[in-house]
Write a protein that binds this ligand. Structure first.
Ligand SMILES: NC(=O)c1ccc[n+]([C@@H]2O[C@H](COP(=O)([O-])OP(=O)(O)OC[C@H]3O[C@@H](n4cnc5c(N)ncnc54)[C@H](OP(=O)(O)O)[C@@H]3O)[C@@H](O)[C@H]2O)c1
Length: 251
């Protein structure tokens, strides 16, 4: 096995966008090694086997346990990547949740913990490893629903979708990324916020109707391709921005 030129870690890679993106990236080049992070070890192993069995895989893949609600798990994952690879080139903070339950304090806090606090803890744990990369990317998978402009403009799809806890958590995540770009952009880190589009996944629930977004969702491979274009440097002109497959979103 040749030494990979680019080590990519994707959180929440056992499902939906993370799984699809792992396949898209590993298909793109033998230079990529994708670490598919999963909070559940068994689900991570299953997803790893699924991606390895995909046609046209050229890169290498592995899995790692990472629960972003658990600081000890995050710390262990960073130590493991350090001992295996000594650095990280791309951190894709992709894992997230949405709650269909009423917006009780419990649900708001749980959504905020996973979607906003978790990614911040993950990047802080991996930052020393990203600093060892010659070409480091930090990608946050957010949502157009986190955009304040979208929420206020009836011409945007998602304008009146009612998910306050989720939308608030993604807006907070976006602000974290903007701050990261200001603080660490000058030392070479390229930070992107990415909207994956409305795609088929388990995010909204496991029924067919929920998975396919009432028939409007497209394939998560499309999200994986957007992530790949960032990693390949094709979106470098938009560094520090909120990108989607065809352009840039307003915050
Ligand atoms: N699908 C869409 O249309 C859409 C649109 C806009 C934005 N997004 C964003 O895209 C990202 C990926 O979602 P998806 O659509 O692929 O949904 P998904 O199929 O439900 O995948 C979400 C992933 O996040 C993981 N996860 C949840 N909580 C976690 C935690 N505490 N620690 C580590 N992993 C955790 C899940 O693990 P388990 O399998 O163990 O639950 C799963 O692997 C999310 O940030 C979501 O907000 C999705």
């Amino acid at each position: 096995m040749s030494t990979p030129s680019t080590i990519v870690l994707i959180t929440g890679a056992n499902s939906g966008i993370g799984l699809a993106a792992s396949g898209v990236i590993a298909r793109a080049s033998e230079g990529y090694h994708v670490i598919m992070a999963s909070r559940n070890v068994e689900n991570g192993e299953k997803a790893l086997a699924e991606v390895k069995a995909m046609e046209g895989i050229k890169g290498t893949l592995s899995t790692i346990q990472l629960d972003q609600d658990d600081p000890e798990s995050i710390k262990r994952a960073a130590q493991e990547v350090e001992s295996q690879f000594g650095r990280l080139d791309v951190l894709a903070n992709n894992a997230g949740i949405i709650s269909n339950e009423p917006d009780t304090q419990k649900n708001i806090e749980a959504t905020f913990k996973t979607n906003a606090v978790g990614p911040a803890l993950v990047i802080e744990a991996f930052r020393p490893l990203l600093r060892k990369s010659k070409n480091a990317y930090s990608i946050y998978v957010s949502s157009g629903l986190g955009s304040l402009t979208v929420a206020q403009d009836k011409n945007y799809f998602g304008h009146d979708v009612y998910y306050p806890a989720y939308r608030m958590s993604k807006a907070a995540l976006d602000m974290w990324a903007v701050q990261e770009d200001r603080l660490y952009g000058k030392e070479g880190l390229k930070t992107f916020v990415m909207c994956p589009g409305l795609v088929v996944s388990n995010l909204r629930g496991k029924s067919e109707e929920a998975r396919n977004g009432g028939g409007f969702a497209t394939s998560p491979v499309v999200s994986g391709e957007t992530m790949l274009s960032i990693i390949q440097g094709k979106r470098d002109a938009d560094v520090g921005k909120f990108v989607h497959k065809d352009g840039v979103y307003p915050w």
